[in-house]
Design a protein around this ligand. Structure first.
Ligand code: HEC
Length: 183
């Protein structure tokens, strides 16, 4: 029997950066996400649960304690960072990095990678940025790449007037460059 794979002509185009990343702003809540737990629905068919010989009170609730391992300080790819320095020229009109960096029309970007969004002292963020910051957004490399792809799509109402870095290699490079400014 002949069978043709749907991607016979080549690989499927990965459009997640445009199609999906924008939906995923903010860090997902993994633990104790609701203020209160209540019954919102009752099963109509009651005879489908296996008949356990245990009274519900006798079942000890399992408490899940998430142990988040400290991320290891990943080595910086200096070659990639050097490429990122060139890409950063596009950001320089608004952002500064390094020891004497000051807030310009955009905030200082020292230490921004893996740091809470919207947290540079003395910078007046947009309401939109303040809102996602309160929601707990962390600038992971993943979120940064999504933001930099198309800032206005990622964060509607952002003050960052920059069309975006469409090229994934440029995104990765500039993020690597930013990593060299730890604080
Ligand atoms: C035209 C000016 C401008 C350009 C160009 C620009 N930005 Fe921005 N950027 C801003 C502004 C303004 C904000 C604050 C956004 C807000 O409050 O909504 C911002 C915010 C950011 C943030 C979030 C900072 C934080 O503290 O949460 C990052 C990261 C960032 N920019 C990176 C970049 C990078 C990387 C480039 C270049 C590829 C770039 N920006 C280009 C103006 C700019």
């Amino acid at each position: 029997m002949e069978f043709e794979m749907p991607n016979k002509a080549g690989f499927v185009v990965d459009d997640r950066a445009e199609a999906e990343y924008v939906i995923w702003s903010g860090a997902p809540c993994m633990e104790y996400c609701k203020d209160s737990v209540e019954i919102t629905m009752r099963a109509l068919v009651l005879d489908v649960t296996p008949d356990l010989d245990v009274a519900p009170e006798a079942v000890t609730p399992v408490s899940v304690v998430a142990e988040v391992p400290e991320p290891e300080a990943a080595a910086i790819d200096l070659e990639l960072a050097a490429a990122g320095e060139k890409v950063f020229k596009k950001c320089k009109s608004c952002h500064q990095v390094g020891e004497r960096a000051k807030n310009k029309s955009g905030p200082i970007l020292n230490g921004v990678v893996n740091h809470a969004a919207g947290s540079v002292d003395g910078f007046k963020y947009s309401k939109a940025m303040k809102a996602v910051a309160e929601g707990g957004l962390i600038w992971t490399e993943y979120e940064l790449a999504a933001f930099l792809t198309k800032p206005k799509a990622y964060l509607k109402g952002t003050k960052m007037s920059f069309t975006g870095l469409r090229n994934e290699a440029d995104q990765l490079a500039v993020i690597e460059y930013l990593k060299t400014f730890a604080n």
